[in-house]
Ligand binder design. Structure first.
Ligand code: ZN
Length: 134
């Protein structure tokens, strides 16, 4: 079961500048910054009620975020849905013809297990499933 929109992921060129801009826009400071080396990103989170905004900066020139910005510019990169049971959801979606980008959940930022769905199978939207690590 999908519980809510956990966060929106936004690809940025410069995390420091984007942090300043988004704290001005949202009227609050980022509550956490975290690098996920396996994904080649540094992230910064803003809490907004039930959901969050995640800013993503590439840690290397050939990382997925750098490639995304090269192709499409800065902007919304993915939508993350929180799920109760990521393994069950992955099996269900796979059986319904969605294309998963990984077979097993990976460890993401913010104490989450995550899995991405290929945008080709979701109307061009990169979808992240995430489940809190309990
Ligand atoms: Zn995310």
């Amino acid at each position: 079961m999908i519980l809510k929109i956990e966060h929106l992921g936004i690809a940025v060129k410069n995390l420091e500048e984007a942090n300043r801009l988004f704290s001005l826009l949202l009227g609050k400071e980022s509550y956490k910054s975290e690098s996920v080396e396996s994904e080649g990103v540094t992230t910064s989170f803003f809490a907004l009620g039930e959901s969050k905004v995640e800013l993503l900066e590439s840690t290397r020139p050939d990382g997925p975020i750098a490639k995304f910005i090269e192709k499409r510019g800065e902007g919304i990169h993915h939508v993350a849905f929180e799920v109760e049971d990521i393994h069950a959801m992955m099996t269900k979606l796979k059986n319904n013809g969605f294309q998963l980008l990984n077979d097993e959940p990976k460890r993401g930022a913010d104490n989450k297990l995550i899995c991405f769905l290929h945008p080709k199978s979701t109307n061009g939207v990169l979808v992240e499933l995430c489940q809190e690590i309990r």
